[in-house]
Design a protein around this ligand. Structure first.
Ligand code: BGC
Length: 887
């Protein structure tokens, strides 16, 4: 048969089939030896032929040791790094208290301070028993295992952990616990919180005063629910937009990142050296991920940063210098490596540079199990990380074992006692500065329990202003914008009425999936904002996601873009938007063909190749990930009723915009530099002009012959990755081998000399899914309905309950078939290929044009399989469909 299937062009030769989600499965990836061959090439191509074009920093004053060959060196030379110091002066009274506490604490109490278990894994009683220093809720955990617990439950949990932590025997040191949370774009785990545009948008806004104000709001809303510490801001200088965390960064330019860093930390913590610092209105901030997270090779999450030490200093360190000056109290170490060495064990960069040169005097926290991949370490044991200067272990796989290991390693001297005291002393210093020793229980602190502050009108107004200011106008031919609010407007595209899409990742759940409008009681979609605006002025707005209409509109606003993702799940093999099917483009073209002027509003966590979409639009706006205040967009798109400009655009590009799918890395100040829109670009109403037709990239990168594979030899193929989904739709942590709740575990094994396989076993302790997900991965199978989804499996334990196989159209729409009988039959038969014809998914409700997840295997019973491949093949499967009964 002829292969006429439309396939994602992004399904290309595996550059690195593994994503961070699969980190622990990435055979060889974790243990890679320092590999610096070709490093001079890579630097030349990044910086141009001769002179490294890095942004100037005070660091350049320090003289490099002349004998060092920085092009190849993996050694750290602290002497070339600038000397700095914290903006918060040392307080002799605090230092004396630290010493007094240390002299009083037992060894066990000190070890407990260094641990930060996830609240899903520890009870208040265990906090008391183990003298735990901190807890966190990871991206997918909440009080009582409930991600969507009401605000009052969060505060209640904070009190419970706090009370346990101060419940010590008479005569012992009282050291209250602190709770860390990813308040990334607002207090984003809490229902109803004010959700700001993600950092990339704040970078576009380029308005430090407003960034500061936004994070004052975040601090205040955090105080309401009792968390002490946010793992923000990400101060990555993002150099390759394939990185799935690009949107968490402010910019590709160290200058812009540095400015926003200062503003955000001051907003969260208050001004250092003044009485407002960490007072009742503020919270502890984190500068992350130290260092070079945004500069990994290929933009791979948790990958390898190959820059030389001077570039590390001049390009990636300035935001850290600024953060320390702004008094940041914690620094989180990056999952990534520098020249093959895991940052989590890099004593040179942590102790000798960050602490001894840059002058950081707060405490250093690991990333989530970030120590696990250090050679010689595990998820429960890593003295090398502690000895390198990490003071607190976040999310240990089994914190009780970790506790025992640290304890015995201190006793045996593997971890020197002085190092333990230093680590704990730093944690105590931060706690004293933050006032937690004297502030009382979380619910008794300023702002606590004032639930009407969460998503209050004042707070939402700040977020709405940030949306307005962060929009970047890329095209406005013939001055189509601003639109008249008296017009008849068609609002189309799958982003028009999608809070999920406009929020991005780190929103209630880790990946930003699984949310419903009920989770955002104060939010406004982009369509709702437009509707309110035009109806007030006498116009009309009609929502039509697919662009169909009965009455021809005056203008169409089409809202489209990326679906949410977080961390490595968002990594991409290139920067093409909708390779293969270009669905949004077809919508734009069909509206234009009907003579309707089109305004595109592009939602994305990074610049992507969208030249065809820009050419098919009369006006084009980069809206990033705007958060809860969709009205901010219509504020700018529409004039006042009298035609006067209501709000002009003021955003400028914080990242260079690519002119081709493979044009990455692409960064200002490097050579060659030939972006479609340069860093800093952004049109204004006051300076109109026509862009005209832009050159489209000649051809998309070659499509692999084997485009129909999703899993091969047990490995997910880019852009797909495995997602382990457990209780309450929580998706497993990066590198995790089990679904949240523990009902599904995976591992890899060798099938034979050439090949691996994936072993997946469901324990029957609740429902869990093995799924394939990919950022923007999106396949169109409409023309190929005669084909089948094929899974080559070996069944080790037959299902004890129903097993469904589903495909997804976006986060909330699953179309399921029943695989129970087929799996039961396959038991004892060795390798078997199970096939389900695509029309079966269609009759179960799937839209074959936009499949976003090609496989999701779910059961609440027991099941164990080995998985070899998942492919679309010619459909030789049974002609009847295995209907999923009762689903
Ligand atoms: C991320 C961090 C985050 C932490 C806690 C990690 O996977 O890399 O940025 O703060 O999880 O959720």
């Amino acid at each position: 048969m002829t292969m006429t299937m439309t396939v994602p062009a992004s399904v290309r030769p595996m550059r690195n089939a593994m994503f961070a989600l699969l980190g622990a499965l990435a055979l060889g990836a974790c243990s890679s030896m320092p590999k610096i061959d070709g490093i001079s090439d890579s630097i030349t191509s990044v910086f141009g032929s001769n002179k490294p074009q890095v942004e100037a920093s005070p660091a350049s004053q320090a003289a490099p040791a002349p004998s060092v060959d920085f092009a190849t060196s993996t050694e750290v030379h602290p002497e070339i790094w600038p000397l700095g110091q914290s903006g918060e002066p040392r307080d002799p009274a605090i230092e004396a208290q630290v010493a007094a506490l240390l002299s009083k604490m037992t060894l066990e109490e000190k070890v407990g301070q260094m641990l930060q278990p996830d609240i899903n894994t520890i009870t208040p009683d265990e906090v008391r028993q183990y003298h735990i220093g901190s807890i966190l809720n990871g991206g997918d955990s909440g009080p009582g295992g409930e991600l969507r617990a009401p605000a009052a439950e969060w505060l209640k949990a904070a009190d419970a952990y706090y009370n346990a932590s101060i419940d010590v025997p008479a005569g012992h040191a009282v050291v209250p616990i602190i709770w860390g949370i990813d308040a990334i774009h607002g207090q984003d785990h809490i229902i109803g919180a004010t959700l700001f545009p993600q950092n990339i948008a704040l970078g576009a806004m380029n308005d430090p005063t407003l960034v500061k104000k936004a994070d004052e709001v975040t601090a205040e809303e955090m105080r309401v629910t009792g968390q002490d510490w946010t793992f923000a801001p990400t101060i990555a200088v993002v150099r390759d937009d394939r990185w799935g965390r690009s949107y968490e960064g402010f910019s590709e330019s160290a200058d812009r990142v540095t400015e926003a860093t200062t503003a955000m930390i001051e907003g969260l913590q208050g001004m250092p050296g003044t009485p407002e610092f960490l007072n009742g209105d503020h919270v502890i901030a984190t500068a992350k991920h130290y260092i070079g997270d945004g500069g990994t090779d290929g933009g791979r999450n948790a990958g390898n940063n190959l820059y030389g030490e001077p570039e590390l200093r001049d390009l990636f360190a300035p935001p850290y210098e600024a953060a320390i000056k702004a008094g940041v109290q914690t620094v989180m170490v990056s999952y990534s490596s520098w020249r093959g060495q895991k940052m989590h064990a890099n004593k040179g960069l942590i102790t000798d540079v960050l602490i001894k040169r840059l002058g950081f005097d707060g405490f250093v926290v690991s990333d989530w199990q970030g120590f696990a991949e250090v050679p010689g370490c595990s998820g429960t044991d890593c003295p090398a990380s502690i000895n390198a200067g990490i003071d607190m272990f976040m999310g240990p796989a089994d914190w009780k074992t970790t506790y025992a290991n640290i304890l015995s390693e201190v006793k045996s001297g593997v971890i020197p006692m002085a190092r333990l005291d230093e680590a704990v002393g730093r944690i105590l210093r931060v706690k004293l500065r933050a006032g937690v020793m004297t502030e009382g229980k979380p619910s008794s602190r300023p702002r606590a329990g004032q639930y009407d502050l969460i998503g209050s009108p004042d707070h939402l107004a700040v977020a709405r202003q940030a949306v307005r200011e962060s929009l970047v106008l890329l095209k406005n031919d013939a001055g189509l914008l601003p639109l008249s609010p008296k017009a008849h407007v068609l609002v189309a595209g799958d982003g028009a009425e999608s809070l999920t899409k406009q929020m991005g990742g780190w929103t209630i759940s880790w990946q930003g999936y699984g949310n419903t409008p009920a989770d955002f009681p104060h939010a406004t979609t982009i369509f709702q904002g437009i509707k309110q605006n035009v109806e007030a002025a006498g116009g009309t707005a009609t929502l039509s996601v697919d662009g169909s209409f009965t009455q021809k509109p005056d203008v169409a606003i089409v809202v489209f873009g990326e679906n949410p993702y977080a961390e490595g799940v968002g990594d991409r093999p290139d920067v093409d938007f909708q390779p293969g099917n270009r669905r949004a483009l077809k919508l734009l073209q069909s509206l234009r063909a009907q003579g309707i002027p089109v305004v595109s509003v592009f939602i994305s966590g990074r610049p992507l190749y969208v030249t065809p979409e820009i050419n098919a639009s009369n006006a084009f706006v980069a809206a990033w990930l705007p958060g809860s205040e969709g009205e901010g967009i219509s504020d700018v798109l529409f004039s006042k009723p009298d035609g006067a400009v209501a709000y002009d655009f003021r955003g400028t590009l914080p990242f260079s915009w690519p002119r081709a799918p493979d044009q990455t890395p692409l960064n200002v100040g490097t050579s060659p530099y030939d972006p479609l829109f340069a860093y800093g670009y952004g049109l204004r109403y006051e300076t109109p002009g026509n862009l005209g037709a832009l050159p489209e990239a000649k051809s998309e990168p070659a499509i692999l012959a084997d485009t129909l594979s999703f899993v091969d030899a047990g490995h997910a193929m880019a852009p797909w990755s495995f997602a382990l989904i457990g209780s309450k739709d929580a998706i497993a942590n990066v590198g995790s081998l089990q679904a949240p709740g523990g009902a599904l575990k995976i591992s890899t094994a060798h099938s034979d000399a050439q090949s691996d396989l994936l072993m997946a076993s469901w324990t029957g302790k609740g429902s869990a899914s093995l799924a394939l997900m990919g950022a923007n991965a999106n396949v169109d199978w409409q023309a190929n309905e005669d084909m089948a989804l094929s899974l080559r499996v070996r069944v080790a334990i037959a299902p004890t309950r129903q097993v469904t196989l589903a495909m997804a159209n976006g986060p909330n729409k699953l179309s399921k078939v029943d695989l129970t009988a087929a799996l039961r039959e396959a038991l004892g038969k060795g390798w078997t290929t199970l096939q389900v014809r695509l029309p079966c998914f269609k009759s179960a409700g799937a839209d074959l044009r936009t499949i976003t997840a090609p496989m999701m295997l779910t059961t609440a019973g027991k099941l164990a399989i080995d998985l070899d491949f998942v492919k679309v093949t010619e459909g030789t499967g049974a002609s009847s469909c295995p209907v999923a009964a009762g689903m």
